[in-house]
Design a protein around this ligand. Structure first.
Ligand code: NDP
Length: 305
Protein backbone atom coordinates (compact mmCIF):
# COMPACT_ATOMS: atom_id res chain seq x y z
CA UNK A 1 0.00 0.00 0.00
CA UNK A 2 1.45 3.40 -0.92
CA UNK A 3 0.45 6.97 0.02
CA UNK A 4 -2.01 7.09 -2.89
CA UNK A 5 -4.18 4.10 -1.85
CA UNK A 6 -7.61 5.06 -0.49
CA UNK A 7 -9.07 2.56 2.01
CA UNK A 8 -12.60 2.14 3.34
CA UNK A 9 -13.97 0.61 6.55
CA UNK A 10 -14.39 -2.78 4.86
CA UNK A 11 -10.59 -2.97 4.48
CA UNK A 12 -10.41 -3.23 8.28
CA UNK A 13 -12.21 -6.61 8.28
CA UNK A 14 -8.99 -8.35 7.21
CA UNK A 15 -6.56 -5.81 8.73
CA UNK A 16 -3.22 -7.46 9.55
CA UNK A 17 -0.77 -4.55 9.58
CA UNK A 18 1.61 -5.24 12.48
CA UNK A 19 3.41 -1.88 12.67
CA UNK A 20 2.30 1.43 14.20
CA UNK A 21 -0.65 2.61 12.13
CA UNK A 22 -1.76 6.21 11.67
CA UNK A 23 -4.56 7.41 9.39
CA UNK A 24 -6.44 10.39 8.03
CA UNK A 25 -10.23 10.13 7.77
CA UNK A 26 -12.25 12.36 5.46
CA UNK A 27 -14.97 12.43 2.85
CA UNK A 28 -13.81 13.08 0.18
CA UNK A 29 -10.19 12.16 1.00
CA UNK A 30 -8.64 11.10 -2.31
CA UNK A 31 -6.74 14.36 -2.81
CA UNK A 32 -5.39 14.68 0.75
CA UNK A 33 -1.66 15.45 0.87
CA UNK A 34 -1.35 14.22 4.47
CA UNK A 35 -0.33 10.59 3.67
CA UNK A 36 2.51 11.79 1.42
CA UNK A 37 3.62 14.37 3.98
CA UNK A 38 3.58 12.01 6.98
CA UNK A 39 5.04 8.96 5.26
CA UNK A 40 7.93 11.08 3.94
CA UNK A 41 8.61 12.39 7.44
CA UNK A 42 8.40 8.87 8.93
CA UNK A 43 10.85 7.52 6.34
CA UNK A 44 13.19 10.39 7.18
CA UNK A 45 12.94 9.65 10.93
CA UNK A 46 13.55 5.92 10.31
CA UNK A 47 17.01 6.68 8.89
CA UNK A 48 18.22 7.65 12.38
CA UNK A 49 15.70 5.76 14.55
CA UNK A 50 14.66 2.24 13.34
CA UNK A 51 11.55 2.39 15.56
CA UNK A 52 9.90 4.51 12.85
CA UNK A 53 10.53 1.98 10.06
CA UNK A 54 7.35 0.20 11.17
CA UNK A 55 5.19 3.34 11.28
CA UNK A 56 2.81 3.95 8.36
CA UNK A 57 0.12 6.54 7.66
CA UNK A 58 -3.01 5.43 5.74
CA UNK A 59 -5.96 7.23 4.19
CA UNK A 60 -9.60 6.21 4.75
CA UNK A 61 -12.71 7.47 3.01
CA UNK A 62 -15.31 7.62 5.80
CA UNK A 63 -18.76 9.21 5.25
CA UNK A 64 -19.96 11.33 8.23
CA UNK A 65 -22.57 8.78 9.43
CA UNK A 66 -19.82 6.13 9.74
CA UNK A 67 -17.46 8.22 11.89
CA UNK A 68 -18.47 6.69 15.29
CA UNK A 69 -18.04 3.11 14.07
CA UNK A 70 -14.84 4.01 12.22
CA UNK A 71 -13.27 5.44 15.40
CA UNK A 72 -14.32 2.40 17.45
CA UNK A 73 -13.00 -0.05 14.85
CA UNK A 74 -9.68 1.78 14.38
CA UNK A 75 -9.21 1.69 18.16
CA UNK A 76 -9.96 -2.06 18.26
CA UNK A 77 -7.49 -2.65 15.43
CA UNK A 78 -4.76 -0.91 17.41
CA UNK A 79 -4.33 2.34 15.42
CA UNK A 80 -2.11 4.79 17.31
CA UNK A 81 -3.19 8.14 15.84
CA UNK A 82 -5.75 9.72 13.55
CA UNK A 83 -6.11 12.95 11.65
CA UNK A 84 -9.57 14.22 10.79
CA UNK A 85 -10.50 16.47 7.91
CA UNK A 86 -13.73 17.66 6.25
CA UNK A 87 -16.45 16.88 7.41
CA UNK A 88 -15.32 15.17 10.64
CA UNK A 89 -13.54 17.82 12.74
CA UNK A 90 -16.64 19.05 14.58
CA UNK A 91 -18.51 15.72 14.61
CA UNK A 92 -15.60 13.99 16.36
CA UNK A 93 -15.77 16.26 19.42
CA UNK A 94 -18.61 14.07 20.74
CA UNK A 95 -16.77 10.84 19.97
CA UNK A 96 -13.57 11.32 21.98
CA UNK A 97 -12.92 10.14 25.54
CA UNK A 98 -11.06 13.36 26.44
CA UNK A 99 -10.28 16.65 24.71
CA UNK A 100 -7.49 19.23 25.10
CA UNK A 101 -8.80 22.57 26.49
CA UNK A 102 -7.79 24.54 23.36
CA UNK A 103 -9.60 22.07 21.08
CA UNK A 104 -12.68 22.36 23.28
CA UNK A 105 -12.67 26.17 22.82
CA UNK A 106 -12.43 25.70 19.05
CA UNK A 107 -15.20 23.06 19.08
CA UNK A 108 -13.26 20.89 16.63
CA UNK A 109 -10.51 18.26 16.70
CA UNK A 110 -8.14 17.38 13.86
CA UNK A 111 -5.79 15.00 15.72
CA UNK A 112 -6.63 11.97 17.90
CA UNK A 113 -4.16 9.97 20.01
CA UNK A 114 -4.98 6.51 21.28
CA UNK A 115 -5.55 6.08 25.00
CA UNK A 116 -6.70 2.98 26.89
CA UNK A 117 -10.41 3.69 26.73
CA UNK A 118 -10.66 5.51 23.40
CA UNK A 119 -9.21 8.67 21.83
CA UNK A 120 -7.74 11.92 23.17
CA UNK A 121 -8.62 14.87 20.92
CA UNK A 122 -6.40 17.82 19.94
CA UNK A 123 -6.53 20.64 17.41
CA UNK A 124 -3.24 21.57 15.71
CA UNK A 125 -4.67 23.98 13.08
CA UNK A 126 -4.13 27.07 15.24
CA UNK A 127 -0.49 26.13 15.88
CA UNK A 128 -0.16 25.53 12.13
CA UNK A 129 -1.47 29.00 11.31
CA UNK A 130 0.67 30.81 13.91
CA UNK A 131 3.86 28.97 12.88
CA UNK A 132 3.13 29.49 9.17
CA UNK A 133 2.69 33.24 9.70
CA UNK A 134 6.03 33.42 11.50
CA UNK A 135 7.79 31.36 8.84
CA UNK A 136 6.24 32.68 5.63
CA UNK A 137 5.57 36.39 6.31
CA UNK A 138 7.57 36.87 9.55
CA UNK A 139 4.56 38.04 11.58
CA UNK A 140 3.50 36.99 15.10
CA UNK A 141 -0.11 36.87 16.25
CA UNK A 142 0.84 38.12 19.73
CA UNK A 143 0.34 41.89 19.79
CA UNK A 144 -0.92 42.02 16.19
CA UNK A 145 -4.11 43.53 14.82
CA UNK A 146 -5.72 40.71 12.84
CA UNK A 147 -8.41 40.95 10.16
CA UNK A 148 -9.88 37.48 9.74
CA UNK A 149 -12.03 36.70 6.70
CA UNK A 150 -14.63 33.96 7.20
CA UNK A 151 -16.77 32.47 9.98
CA UNK A 152 -16.59 28.72 9.25
CA UNK A 153 -14.56 26.01 10.99
CA UNK A 154 -11.13 27.25 9.91
CA UNK A 155 -11.95 30.84 10.91
CA UNK A 156 -13.13 29.67 14.31
CA UNK A 157 -9.84 27.86 14.97
CA UNK A 158 -7.85 30.86 13.75
CA UNK A 159 -9.86 33.28 15.90
CA UNK A 160 -9.36 31.20 19.07
CA UNK A 161 -5.60 31.01 18.35
CA UNK A 162 -5.41 34.81 17.84
CA UNK A 163 -7.18 35.40 21.17
CA UNK A 164 -5.20 32.76 23.09
CA UNK A 165 -1.94 34.26 21.79
CA UNK A 166 -2.96 37.77 22.85
CA UNK A 167 -3.54 39.61 19.58
CA UNK A 168 -4.01 43.39 19.92
CA UNK A 169 -7.45 43.30 18.28
CA UNK A 170 -9.49 40.91 16.17
CA UNK A 171 -11.72 42.04 13.29
CA UNK A 172 -13.82 39.39 11.56
CA UNK A 173 -15.50 39.87 8.17
CA UNK A 174 -18.02 37.42 6.73
CA UNK A 175 -20.45 37.33 3.82
CA UNK A 176 -23.38 35.93 5.83
CA UNK A 177 -24.22 38.14 8.84
CA UNK A 178 -25.88 35.42 10.92
CA UNK A 179 -22.81 33.14 10.72
CA UNK A 180 -20.63 36.09 11.72
CA UNK A 181 -22.85 36.87 14.73
CA UNK A 182 -22.83 33.27 15.83
CA UNK A 183 -19.01 33.16 15.72
CA UNK A 184 -18.73 36.47 17.63
CA UNK A 185 -21.09 35.10 20.30
CA UNK A 186 -18.85 32.07 20.90
CA UNK A 187 -15.67 34.19 20.93
CA UNK A 188 -16.81 36.94 23.35
CA UNK A 189 -16.26 34.85 26.52
CA UNK A 190 -12.71 34.02 25.36
CA UNK A 191 -11.80 37.54 24.20
CA UNK A 192 -11.52 39.14 27.67
CA UNK A 193 -10.06 42.64 27.17
CA UNK A 194 -9.09 42.08 23.53
CA UNK A 195 -11.24 44.26 21.22
CA UNK A 196 -13.40 41.99 19.01
CA UNK A 197 -15.36 43.37 16.05
CA UNK A 198 -17.39 42.03 13.14
CA UNK A 199 -18.16 43.63 9.79
CA UNK A 200 -19.48 42.90 6.31
CA UNK A 201 -16.65 42.52 3.74
CA UNK A 202 -18.35 45.13 1.53
CA UNK A 203 -18.31 47.72 4.35
CA UNK A 204 -14.78 47.99 5.73
CA UNK A 205 -14.87 50.05 8.97
CA UNK A 206 -13.06 53.38 8.79
CA UNK A 207 -11.39 52.75 12.18
CA UNK A 208 -9.72 49.49 11.09
CA UNK A 209 -6.14 49.70 12.44
CA UNK A 210 -3.24 50.05 10.04
CA UNK A 211 -0.55 47.34 9.98
CA UNK A 212 -3.12 44.55 10.33
CA UNK A 213 -2.40 40.96 9.30
CA UNK A 214 -5.12 39.83 6.86
CA UNK A 215 -5.96 36.10 7.11
CA UNK A 216 -8.31 34.50 4.60
CA UNK A 217 -10.22 31.58 6.14
CA UNK A 218 -13.04 31.58 3.57
CA UNK A 219 -13.25 29.17 0.66
CA UNK A 220 -13.39 32.11 -1.77
CA UNK A 221 -10.36 31.48 -4.00
CA UNK A 222 -10.64 27.69 -4.31
CA UNK A 223 -11.94 28.25 -7.85
CA UNK A 224 -10.25 30.36 -10.50
CA UNK A 225 -13.27 32.66 -11.03
CA UNK A 226 -14.08 33.21 -7.31
CA UNK A 227 -14.31 36.82 -6.13
CA UNK A 228 -11.70 38.07 -3.65
CA UNK A 229 -13.18 37.77 -0.12
CA UNK A 230 -12.34 41.46 0.49
CA UNK A 231 -11.02 44.38 -1.57
CA UNK A 232 -7.50 44.89 -0.17
CA UNK A 233 -7.39 48.40 -1.64
CA UNK A 234 -10.07 49.39 0.91
CA UNK A 235 -7.80 48.51 3.86
CA UNK A 236 -5.18 51.03 4.98
CA UNK A 237 -1.64 49.61 4.94
CA UNK A 238 -2.01 45.90 5.84
CA UNK A 239 1.28 44.45 7.05
CA UNK A 240 0.83 40.98 5.45
CA UNK A 241 -1.76 38.82 3.69
CA UNK A 242 -2.09 35.09 4.41
CA UNK A 243 -4.49 32.86 2.49
CA UNK A 244 -5.24 29.45 4.08
CA UNK A 245 -6.00 28.09 0.60
CA UNK A 246 -3.00 26.29 -0.94
CA UNK A 247 -4.56 24.84 -4.09
CA UNK A 248 -4.52 26.91 -6.24
CA UNK A 249 -1.27 28.32 -4.91
CA UNK A 250 -2.03 31.87 -6.14
CA UNK A 251 -5.60 32.91 -5.29
CA UNK A 252 -7.18 36.19 -6.50
CA UNK A 253 -6.52 37.62 -3.00
CA UNK A 254 -2.81 36.74 -3.19
CA UNK A 255 -2.56 38.18 -6.70
CA UNK A 256 -4.05 41.42 -5.39
CA UNK A 257 -1.58 41.40 -2.45
CA UNK A 258 1.27 40.92 -4.91
CA UNK A 259 0.03 43.81 -7.06
CA UNK A 260 -0.03 46.02 -3.94
CA UNK A 261 3.49 44.85 -3.03
CA UNK A 262 2.35 43.37 0.31
CA UNK A 263 4.12 40.39 1.96
CA UNK A 264 1.88 37.38 1.29
CA UNK A 265 1.76 33.57 1.47
CA UNK A 266 -0.61 30.70 0.77
CA UNK A 267 -1.72 27.96 3.19
CA UNK A 268 0.83 25.28 2.30
CA UNK A 269 3.07 25.98 5.29
CA UNK A 270 0.01 25.89 7.58
CA UNK A 271 -0.76 22.41 6.25
CA UNK A 272 2.82 21.36 6.98
CA UNK A 273 2.97 22.76 10.51
CA UNK A 274 -0.41 21.39 11.64
CA UNK A 275 0.80 17.99 10.35
CA UNK A 276 4.17 18.21 12.09
CA UNK A 277 2.43 19.11 15.37
CA UNK A 278 0.13 16.08 14.99
CA UNK A 279 3.16 13.82 14.50
CA UNK A 280 4.72 15.37 17.62
CA UNK A 281 1.57 14.45 19.60
CA UNK A 282 1.86 10.82 18.41
CA UNK A 283 5.65 10.37 18.56
CA UNK A 284 7.10 13.01 20.95
CA UNK A 285 9.43 14.04 18.10
CA UNK A 286 9.45 17.89 18.03
CA UNK A 287 7.41 19.39 15.17
CA UNK A 288 10.44 21.49 14.19
CA UNK A 289 12.27 18.21 13.29
CA UNK A 290 9.61 16.80 10.94
CA UNK A 291 8.29 20.01 9.33
CA UNK A 292 11.25 20.29 6.87
CA UNK A 293 10.84 16.78 5.33
CA UNK A 294 7.07 17.33 5.18
CA UNK A 295 7.57 20.64 3.35
CA UNK A 296 10.07 19.01 0.98
CA UNK A 297 7.54 16.25 0.18
CA UNK A 298 4.99 18.86 -0.87
CA UNK A 299 7.52 20.90 -2.83
CA UNK A 300 8.72 17.86 -4.81
CA UNK A 301 5.81 15.37 -4.67
CA UNK A 302 7.18 13.07 -7.41
CA UNK A 303 10.57 12.52 -5.85
CA UNK A 304 9.07 11.95 -2.38
CA UNK A 305 6.28 9.57 -3.40
P1 NDP B 1 -16.37 26.21 5.98
O1 NDP B 1 -17.25 25.65 4.94
O2 NDP B 1 -16.58 25.85 7.41
O3 NDP B 1 -16.48 27.84 5.90
C1 NDP B 1 -16.43 28.49 4.67
C2 NDP B 1 -16.33 30.01 4.88
O4 NDP B 1 -16.07 30.59 3.59
C3 NDP B 1 -17.57 30.67 5.42
O5 NDP B 1 -17.19 31.77 6.22
C4 NDP B 1 -18.27 31.15 4.14
O6 NDP B 1 -19.07 32.29 4.34
C5 NDP B 1 -17.07 31.57 3.31
N1 NDP B 1 -17.30 31.57 1.86
C6 NDP B 1 -17.54 30.50 1.08
N2 NDP B 1 -17.65 30.88 -0.21
C7 NDP B 1 -17.48 32.24 -0.22
C8 NDP B 1 -17.49 33.22 -1.26
N3 NDP B 1 -17.68 32.90 -2.54
N4 NDP B 1 -17.27 34.51 -0.92
C9 NDP B 1 -17.05 34.84 0.37
N5 NDP B 1 -17.04 33.97 1.40
C10 NDP B 1 -17.25 32.67 1.10
O7 NDP B 1 -14.88 25.90 5.50
P2 NDP B 1 -13.56 25.81 6.41
O8 NDP B 1 -13.65 26.91 7.41
O9 NDP B 1 -13.35 24.43 6.89
O10 NDP B 1 -12.40 26.10 5.34
C11 NDP B 1 -12.21 27.41 4.78
C12 NDP B 1 -10.96 27.41 3.90
O11 NDP B 1 -9.78 27.21 4.67
C13 NDP B 1 -10.98 26.30 2.83
O12 NDP B 1 -10.56 26.88 1.61
C14 NDP B 1 -9.95 25.31 3.34
O13 NDP B 1 -9.32 24.63 2.26
C15 NDP B 1 -8.96 26.21 4.06
N6 NDP B 1 -8.21 25.50 5.12
C16 NDP B 1 -6.85 25.38 5.00
C17 NDP B 1 -6.11 24.74 5.96
C18 NDP B 1 -4.62 24.62 5.81
O14 NDP B 1 -3.98 23.81 6.52
N7 NDP B 1 -3.98 25.40 4.95
C19 NDP B 1 -6.74 24.13 7.17
C20 NDP B 1 -8.18 24.32 7.21
C21 NDP B 1 -8.87 24.99 6.20
P3 NDP B 1 -20.66 32.20 4.65
O15 NDP B 1 -20.78 32.11 6.13
O16 NDP B 1 -21.16 33.48 4.10
O17 NDP B 1 -21.19 31.00 3.94
Amino acid sequence: MNSETTLTLSDLDSWDFSGTALAVLGHPIKHSLSPLMHNTALADLAVEDPRFATWQYFRFDVPPDDLPIALRTLHQKGFHGINLTVPHKVLAVNEVAEIAPAARSVGAVNTLRRNESGWSGFNTDGYGLATALEESVQRELTGAHVVLLGAGGAARGAAVECLHRGCASLWIANRTAKNLESLLDTLRPIAGDIPLHGFAPSEVPSDLPTDAIIVNATSAGLHEDDPTPIDLRGIARPTAVFDMIYNPSRTPLLREAEALDLPHANGLSMLVHQGAKALEIWSDIPASRTAPPMAAALAHPQSAA
